[in-house]
Ligand binder design. Sequence first.
Ligand SMILES: Nc1ncnc2c1ncn2[C@@H]1O[C@H](COP(=O)(O)OP(=O)(O)OP(=O)(O)O)[C@@H](O)[C@H]1O
Length: 464
Amino acid sequence: MALDLTPRQIVEQLDRYIVGQSKAKKSVAVALRNRYRRMKLEGQLKEEIIPKNIMMMGPTGVGKTEIARRLAKLAGAPFIKVEATKYTEVGYVGRDVESMVRDLVEMSVRMVREEKMESVRSQAEEEANNRLVKLLVPEAKKSASMKNPFEMLFGGDSYSSDQEDEKPDEEISSRRNRIRHQLEMGELEDHMVTIEIEDQSPSSMFDMLHGSGMEQMGMNMNDAFGSFMPKRRKKRRVPVAEARKLLAQEEAAKLVDSDEASQEAVQRAEQSGIIFIDEIDKIAAKGEQSANVSREGVQRDILPIVEGSTITTKYGPVRTEHMLFIAAGAFHMAKPSDLIPELQGRFPIRVELDKLSIEDFQRILREPSNALLKQYAALLETEGINIIFTDEAIERIAQIAHEVNQETDNIGARRLHTILEKLLEDLSFEAPDIHMSEIKITASYVDDKLNDIARNKDLSRFIL
Ligand SMILES: Nc1ncnc2c1ncn2[C@@H]1O[C@H](COP(=O)(O)OP(=O)(O)OP(=O)(O)O)[C@@H](O)[C@H]1O
């Protein structure tokens, strides 16, 4: 967790992935730092201080979600994104908005479990190796009627089960040591073994009961009855390398106390969870009367969650008052003041995100740590091709993206993804057969591939 980063450091970290949008970065950095400040307080005041939620306003594809997601990652905070309009759909009822909190907790549980599993990984791998050794050189008696996996591996001559019956214990232990050594040296990675592991797939009875309404309450059939049901085990024949992974996974799960993990996850969701509510402007009360009612209804349903309430989940009650909510919307038609006053008050920090310029597009193409051009270069490098984009080519791509956005729908930086895909489609297809170590993408290559499509509005609507 990097909660102790200063706002300046947080912005610096966000700069590695997101181009521009400095106001929004600043706001989220302060929000995160305030959490850290609150953690350092004691007693009543700590409980009184609630996070100041943020409303991000800006067109689609300019980095709103990306900023929030990166912030969460930076803080090791569980994060989910929901679309507010989802709750206006037919079939949704008031309490369904609570599912956002349940989803956040699920995310948190997954995070905590993964961390805990990672922390016991070396112990789990050791246990897995022990199981492999026993599997490859089984106990003398027990193996008499069983087909020895080791025998299958090596043709079963000197390790045949008949002979094993007569082998004294010391011999088994010395053979186990030898196998252990071979396993550790990675000499048996490709050999096939048959292992028996827990079946993770839900049983058909649970399948049938799914959707019977219990999930609405945050219940899950496997959780409700799973502990009473015998765990099914299934056999799989896999190479040693894969077997080790599967066995280590099972061993790690045994080593992690799942109640403790769940409790920690609930706490983490409560204290540092971030819920990103997109399209909040679409539930602002504007438009025809009948729609107004349901949109305002959704706002009233969301309100108690943002204000702070306790939601029942399968991991126990979860309190929402210290979660950070980031609402976002384009606000083309509606304004934040069209939301119900109580909800407006709960999102006091307002930031406008800037439209992206051609220069921003160029920077997005090349600068972020995960920049699109770097991604394509890495992919083609696996085929032994070093792809180089000239400055003019990057400029052209950015220009075309900008033009297509203006002439069709403005989808922001997302346009770069579709344009690059089209631009490099042929190259990606032919790459394995091209015997060139370096390929230069020039402005004229870009024009060649894209100009005709970009100039034709109808075509670009479909292709770019
Ligand atoms: N300023 C930016 N810097 C780097 N990448 C960006 C920027 N803006 C958008 N992107 C990229 O564009 C894509 C879409 O961005 P994002 O999901 O943040 O959009 P958004 O503003 O949240 O829009 P929406 O509300 O429609 O989801 C992402 O892949 C993101 O990496």
